[in-house]
Design a protein around this ligand. Structure first.
Ligand SMILES: *Cc1c(COP(=O)(O)O)cnc(C)c1O
Length: 590
């Protein structure tokens, strides 16, 4: 019997990655959400989660000979993964009512505790054709389509949780600003509870106490923003959206942003602009706000002066991202590691030869996948570098390819190496797409001197295999734009050290020569900061040439020691178990 019956925390996310063949996510945000929920289940945290159902999924990626990316929708059978729940709720949209149902997925923790995830679905015969398509594609459509999706997530989500009987929720956690409209529904609920049809300052204060907001985006342009008239279009003032007599939705948002207790800078911005900034709304209505790494907290505080923004560094779900060969050793030597990720600190005491054997198994699995996908046989004895993440400008996937002659030289001097790439570009991200093409050009030019493969259709399964199966995890974001980054954490759990710019989580996880290596030095985000791609590439080449590759080939015992420290120091800490525990003490219990 469960002693705590009521669910206390509702976690809202536009995307949640649960299974490889469920196309319910596009990348890092969704993977983090899935890992958070799995850790909550492990910890028996009374949480429920809400997202949208994307019948067309996030796309599958096809790459032509020259690296040109095309996208295809992923058809999937919802019923194979999810269970339909009976309640229906409606939300008003323009002059219509949109009916919603939801589908349930159970995340089961290590001790059998279940955290349900509800996927909202508008594809019902009672809805107009256009409305049925609102839960069709993730990050598809135009901005107004996006706003409608956010109405469904925020307002539909709160209503659905109530219809499902989750009456005792005390915290609403918005994973990024997409769910910010949930605060409007909560405001209306507070007013209704007090028997009023007008919002008062005390309602705003009550809602603030319930809301937790995690921001993920270190650049202003990355924050969701809509013209205010979109909100008026979605909710013409005459509808009974909030049963509020005194305000249209747009007025309500303005009042929240300009309430007495609101932040002066946001007030000013709200007065100046005619746009609905989801981040402002979430910041204004959340008592607890955090960035996703210490550096990102700092960047966010600079971006939103006056707003108290804390930091909880991201993690990954250890049980999910540890390769089978490593699970087997951990189960044998550190049997509590799944319930107690901290015990992975004991990895320092593992026999190094067993770590090496497990690593070779993971490497073999990756190289087998490389062969299947590309027909190319990579040499398992060769030093292998991995790079996989969303293809987009600031991630600079092609930084290592800046000087091909230098790469050839390093391979000759220090020892041979090969590179495994993967990553999707967002369908509208022309810059990201051209980076993939650039990698294909370099691959052709390098030929056998430095073999390069690009694996198509990056997904969770591929992510797991690449992070575990390479000898070095490379990350080259443009500082300070990597909010956290999590794939290096997956690598660490599998004993794979990182070589990375000191940004995001790596500013905390890096100990030079102990857990991995840095590219360049630690920096500060000052207004006069300039990015010097050349200098970053130069530092990268130097580390490979003079430190890492020689150590790999000539001092294997030292390389193995770095591998063990990656697990013991970083795997034991940069996991979602530690992260969710911090959310409990800092955000949910406060
Ligand atoms: C882990 C993962 C990500 C996030 O990686 P970052 O290092 O945070 O960019 C994105 N997509 C997939 C499929 C992943 O497995």
């Amino acid at each position: 019997m469960e002693c705590v019956k009521d669910r206390l925390v509702a976690y809202f996310s536009m995307e949640i990655a649960l299974e490889n063949s469920m196309p319910s996510y596009s990348g890092g945000l969704g993977v983090l959400a899935g890992d958070t929920i799995r850790a909550a289940a492990d910890l028996r945290l009374p949480m429920v989660a809400v997202s949208l159902l994307y019948r067309k999924g996030y796309f599958s990626q096809h790459l032509a000979e020259d690296g040109t990316q095309t996208e295809e929708p992923v058809e999937w059978r919802v019923e194979d993964f999810l269970h339909e729940e009976s309640p229906r709720v409606t939300i008003p949209l323009e002059d219509r009512r949109v009916e919603l149902r939801c589908w349930r997925y159970d995340a089961v923790g290590v001790r059998g505790y279940v955290v349900p995830i509800y996927f909202l679905d508008a594809d019902l015969p009672s809805n107009a054709l256009a409305d049925r398509a609102l839960t069709g594609t993730l990050y598809g459509g135009d901005p107004y389509y996006r706003l409608c999706q956010e109405v469904i997530l925020g307002i539909g989500g709160v209503r659905m949780l109530r219809a499902l009987g989750h009456e005792g929720l005390t915290r609403y956690h918005m994973n990024e600003g997409h769910a910010a409209l949930l605060s409007l529904e909560l405001l209306e609920t507070e007013a209704a509870k007090a028997g009023r049809t007008t919002i008062r300052a005390e309602d705003i204060e009550k809602v603030r106490c319930k809301c937790v907001f995690t921001t993920h985006t270190p650049v202003p342009a990355g924050h969701d923003r809509f013209p205010m008239e979109y909100l008026t279009r979605a909710f013409p003032s005459q509808t009974e959206l909030f049963d509020l007599k005194d305000a249209s939705a747009a007025d309500l948002v303005k009042r929240v942003l300009q309430a007495e207790q609101a932040y002066p800078d946001l007030q000013q911005a709200a007065r100046a602009g005619a746009s609905l900034n989801m981040t402002y709304l979430a910041l204004s209505l959340s008592k607890y706000v955090n960035g996703v790494a210490k550096q990102h907290g700092e960047t966010s505080r600079q971006m939103f002066p006056g707003v108290p923004i804390e930091a909880i560094t991201n993690g990954v779900h250890a049980g999910t991202w540890t390769a089978p060969a490593f699970r087997e050793i951990f189960d044998r030597y550190i049997p509590t590691w799944r319930e107690d990720n901290y015990s992975l600190r004991g990895a320092l005491g593992l026999p190094p030869e067993e770590i090496w054997t497990a690593h070779l198994i993971a490497k073999h699995e990756l190289l087998e996948l490389v062969r299947q996908k590309t027909g190319i046989k990579f040499d398992p004895g060769k030093f292998t570098i991995g790079f996989a993440r969303r293809a987009t400008g600031y991630k600079r996937a092609d930084l290592i390819l800046a000087d091909l002659d230098r790469l050839r030289q390093i391979a000759k001097n220090s020892g041979p190496f090969q590179i495994v790439y993967a990553g999707k570009a967002h369908p509208h991200d022309a810059g990201g797409k051209s980076i993939i093409k650039h990698i294909f050009q370099a691959k052709k030019a390098l030929r056998k001197a430095v073999p390069v493969v690009f694996l198509d259709d990056y997904n969770m399964d591929l992510g797991g295999k690449i992070t575990a199966g390479v000898d070095l995890w490379l990350n080259t974001p443009q500082f300070p734009l990597e909010a956290s980054g999590t794939s290096g954490m997956k690598a660490a759990l599998n004993g794979v050290p990182s070589l990375s710019i000191l940004d995001g989580w790596w500013s905390e996880g890096h100990i030079e020569g102990v857990t991995g290596w840095s590219i360049g030095e630690a920096r500060r985000a000052t207004p006069d900061l300039v990015t010097d791609n050349r200098a970053d590439a130069e530092s990268l080449y130097n580390k490979l040439d003079s430190v890492i590759i020689p150590m790999f080939y000539n001092e294997r015992y030292r390389y193995l020691s770095v591998m063990q420290h990656a697990i013991a120091i970083n795997g034991s800490f940069f996991n979602t178990q530690r992260m969710v525990q911090q959310y409990i003490t800092d955000a949910y219990m406060r």
